[in-house]
Design a protein around this ligand. Structure first.
Ligand SMILES: NC(=O)c1ccc[n+]([C@@H]2O[C@H](COP(=O)([O-])OP(=O)(O)OC[C@H]3O[C@@H](n4cnc5c(N)ncnc54)[C@H](OP(=O)(O)O)[C@@H]3O)[C@@H](O)[C@H]2O)c1
Length: 297
């Protein structure tokens, strides 16, 4: 039986991944930040020696995109050096490593889906630190390193856009949401399932894009959430990124291509609307709400 070690197991993806693996009967050591701080190189090497996993998934990350602008060194310590600590420990023990990464490694100025091997060009501190992690994993583990870029994640645990919209629907008449950023809303459980599929497949190491198929804007996603609650999607009104300026610039175009999955003989993730509908009951419940039960309008 495959033995897994999941770091950052208390995070949004980490919680869903450990639950999915356990539900599938796998042997899993899920370590949260209190149990393993990946910036501690010696502690990281010791944890991998002690657990003896076949595969490590690093769900630990600095994910505060705006805060990273003023704290890039601290974000790099986790996203870059922490990932490198794991990669070095995996290299010395012959262990496979999966590193979730992000669409923010790209400039976000594209107009066609980014291919896995397209040139990177992060415009934020967060993106630079995640790219450093990717580069460390690909350099230190050419035979056993997998970079899984994802984006626009939502799930039942941890703060995310879908939960925020569910909350706002109950307290605001109208909600202004940007309509000039394109991406792929992605359910943490779909990413977790894809990680399991990848691990079982013997696929080549390298870069994969673990985002839903299809694309929308944040406005489109917010309207879909309102529809699933049985609320009027017209209560979500369009605004622009310029009107909602934030410390870290948001990519205008974050759509990722999925060719590496078909090269590996694996299916891509499902379409974003189908996944949102399947995920919705659990997420609404986590906010104390009930879905309306109808299809996404
Ligand atoms: N959320 C998104 O929309 C999104 C989009 C693209 C890519 N991703 C990537 O997907 C992955 C999972 O993201 P997520 O949304 O699940 O993030 P998350 O909910 O913020 O979880 C990250 C976890 O890492 C922990 N952590 C932080 N520093 C650590 C350290 N030094 N050692 C060990 N653990 C540490 C955090 O603990 P504390 O809470 O105690 O700090 C938290 O539990 C990340 O690689 C992220 O970059 C996420």
């Amino acid at each position: 039986m495959t033995r897994w070690l999941v770091t950052g197991a208390g995070g949004m993806l980490g919680q869903d991944l450990t639950a999915l693996l356990r539900g599938a009967g796998a042997e899993v050591a899920g370590l949260d930040r209190g149990q393993l701080d990946i910036t501690d190189a010696a502690g990281t090497a010791a944890a991998i020696r002690d657990v003896g996993p076949d595969i490590v998934v690093n769900c630990a990350a600095w994910t505060a995109v705006d805060d990273a602008e003023a704290h890039e060194g601290e974000a790099l310590a986790v996203n870059g050096e922490g990932a490198a600590n794991l990669a070095a420990a995996c290299a010395s023990t012959g262990t496979r490593l999966i590193l979730p990464s992000t669409d923010y490694v790209f400039s976000g100025t594209g107009t066609a889906p980014y291919a896995e091997d397209d040139p990177t060009g992060p415009r934020t501190a967060y993106g630079r630190t995640k790219l450093a992690g990717e580069q460390a994993v690909l350099r230190l583990l050419p035979e056993a390193g997998y970079v899984l870029r994802t984006a626009w994640l939502y799930g039942a645990h941890g703060p995310n856009f879908v939960r925020t919209m569910i909350r706002l629907e109950s307290v605001k008449d109208t909600v202004a949401v940007v309509d000039d950023q394109y991406g792929q809303p992605t359910w943490t459980t779909d990413v977790a399932r894809q990680i399991l599929l990848l691990a079982d497949s013997g696929a080549e190491p390298g870069i994969y894009h673990a985002t839903s198929t299809g694309q929308t804007t944040w406005l489109g996603l917010a309207k879909a959430v309102f529809g699933l609650l049985g609320a009027d999607p017209g209560r979500v009104t369009p605004t622009s990124s310029a009107e909602l300026a934030r410390p870290a610039p948001r990519p205008a175009y974050s759509v990722l291509g999925h060719a590496a999955w078909s090269r590996a003989g694996l299916p891509p993730l499902p379409g974003w609307r189908d996944s949102l509908e399947r995920a919705f009951a659990d997420i609404a419940t986590s906010e104390g709400r009930q879905p309306a039960g109808g299809p996404v309008r």
